[in-house]
Design a protein around this ligand. Structure first.
Ligand SMILES: CC(=O)SCCNC(=O)CCNC(=O)[C@H](O)C(C)(C)COP(=O)(O)OP(=O)(O)OC[C@H]1O[C@@H](n2cnc3c(N)ncnc32)[C@H](O)[C@@H]1OP(=O)(O)O
Ligand SMILES: O=C(O)CCC(=O)C(=O)O
Ligand SMILES: [Mg+2]
Length: 468
């Protein structure tokens, strides 16, 4: 196991990464906060946030909607449906508080009809006095509704399957019964003075006429939100855009969307839904949920930040993301994936020499997310065969060594030669640079004297091993 540049324990086999600071940020190479001896930290840089970025992508329709969306964080509902999940009361409360501090607008909790403990936990979370509104998620059934409204929640999310699959094999009800029971449940919840949302499970495999008809019916009786659910993760962005856009044209209430990630499109679909006029997006931390889960909170935040960083920074406490993901990962006994947006092991690590040079000059060249906005650290990896002399020069400067460009290039050639056999650790690279530097200082070494350098390195190794 090696330690991630951003401090997470990880087993993904990325080894011996070393890092240097960007030129814009000075060259005081400090040890990474949480890394091993092989990891050197590189804090932020000065581009971007206060100034217009002339290289940013053009604003899209999305920017018109991005300031109005709300997150319905469902780790404590959909996330409890993840195969590994078992949340005791303390864990639920810790997750609820963390997400509230992060700034999500809603927390969705498992139905109090699921079990006695689920009901008690729902009541306990309602009593925490969080800023986020507390919702619970129930079947479209009066028994569930009666229990839900007694828990102290701010709102109830009601769902029923409308696809022929679910009508036939799940609840066995036809559209006219579904419409009748939906009206009854919605009116009942509304009569208690709390929010009510009505959603159609498996929307993308439901008949469009049925869908629009029931959405219009519930809109007319004053539902606060209608929900679209891609329950099986079958939708693509074009289908999401079309359904949300069509629905936007026929209802006046808010539109929520719940997107499963079976084909890896949950984040893209969420983005598209916002472009099309959705107002509420369901997420869970790390995307946990049934099967491979739903739109992950971190991934959604990354994509919204990329579109409108200042707004997203002002809305959410981004520095908490890693802590929240670690909390949930630990609770459900999984690792944060190496490729996770923002918090993945390598999310801010740059390797190839061409990238490294540009990143050192201006991080915007190869980064659209700024690690410091998430309390994280950028790394430039050296010691491998793709290393270039610019990255090595930066490390030379961090170490306080004086070498000319030709000398750095000469030392880089040696690093690459060694790295063709085995990737060099940070300590290996530092030793080589120090040996090279003292050889130059003492006059024992000149640029291009490969055999002398090899001898100096052999002698250094022997001294270290005590065999000189
Ligand atoms: C796509 C989703 O994720 S929806 C949310 C899923 N969440 C949950 O299932 C919460 C946890 N679930 C539970 O604890 C249980 O399933 C309960 C308490 C809800 C129901 O338990 P049981 O009464 O034992 O029924 P069971 O789980 O076997 O079957 C589901 C029942 O709900 C009915 N049902 C299914 N979906 C709905 C719905 N959306 N609205 C109304 N009734 C529904 C089915 O007809 C079936 O009832 P029946 O067997 O009495 O005819
Ligand atoms: O209530 C909803 O909108 C979504 C329910 C759900 O989890 C799903 O359909 O996958
Ligand atoms: Mg779901």
């Amino acid at each position: 196991m090696c330690s991630s540049p951003n401090g997470d324990a990880d087993t993904n086999g990325v080894q011996e990464m070393v890092a240097v600071e960007t030129r814009q940020n000075g060259m005081n190479g400090s040890r990474a906060r949480n890394g091993t001896a092989h990891h050197h930290g590189a804090n932020g840089h000065s581009f971007g946030t206060q100034h217009h970025n002339p290289y940013a992508p053009r604003a899209s329709d999305f920017l018109n909607n991005v300031c109005n969306f709300k997150i319905i964080e469902s780790t404590l509902r959909e996330g409890e449906q993840f195969a590994n999940s078992f949340f005791d009361t303390d864990t639920k409360i810790a997750i609820a508080k963390a997400l509230d501090n992060f700034g999500v607008e809603y927390l969705e909790l498992t139905s109090p009809a699921a079990s006695e403990q689920s009901r008690r936990d729902c009541e306990a979370i309602c009593k925490l006095g969080l800023k986020a509104k507390i919702l619970t998620h129930i079947r479209c059934h009066m028994d569930d509704a009666r229990i839900a409204v007694e828990t102290g929640v701010d709102g109830v999310d009601v769902v029923i399957g409308t696809s022929s699959f679910l009508r036939e094999f799940s609840h066995g009800k036809d559209m006219s019964y579904i419409t009748k029971i939906a009206i009854e449940v919605i009116n009942f919840v509304k009569s208690k003075g709390i929010e009510v949302r009505f959603s159609t499970e498996d929307s993308f495999r439901s008949d469009l006429v049925d869908l629009l008809s029931i959405y219009q019916t519930v809109d007319k009786i004053g539902v606060d939100r209608v929900g679209i659910a891609d329950t099986v993760g079958c939708a693509n962005p074009r289908q999401v855009y079309e359904l949300v856009r069509t629905l936007r044209g026929v209802v006046g209430c808010d539109i929520e969307i719940h997107l499963h990630n079976d084909t890896g499109m949950a984040i893209a679909n969420a983005y598209t839904a916002l472009e099309a006029g959705a107002t509420h997006i369901d997420t869970s931390v790390l995307g946990i949920g049934e099967r491979v889960g739903i739109t992950p909170l971190g991934g959604l935040v990354a994509c919204l930040y990329a579109a409108n960083p200042e707004y997203v920074k002002s809305k959410y406490n981004l520095g908490m993301l890693r802590e929240i993901e670690n909390l949930v990962a630990e609770a459900v006994e999984v690792n944060v994936p190496f490729s996770n947006p923002i918090t993945g092991y390598v999310a801010f690590t740059h390797k190839a020499g061409i990238h490294a040079k540009a990143i050192l000059n201006n991080p915007s060249t190869y980064e659209i997310l700024k690690p410091e906005d998430f309390g994280l650290t950028r790394y430039v990896s050296i010691g491998h065969r793709l290393t270039g002399w610019n990255a090595v020069k930066s490390r030379v400067e961090q170490l306080g060594l004086q070498l000319s460009d030709d000398e750095v290039k000469d030392a880089t050639a040696k690093i690459k030669e060694l790295a063709d056999v085995r990737t060099q650790s940070m300590d290996d690279v530092d030793s080589l640079l120090r040996v090279y530097h003292s050889g130059i200082q003492s006059g024992a070494l000149e640029v291009g004297q490969k055999e002398t350098l090899d001898r100096l390195l052999r002698e250094h190794r022997a001294t270290q091993l005590g065999t000189a």
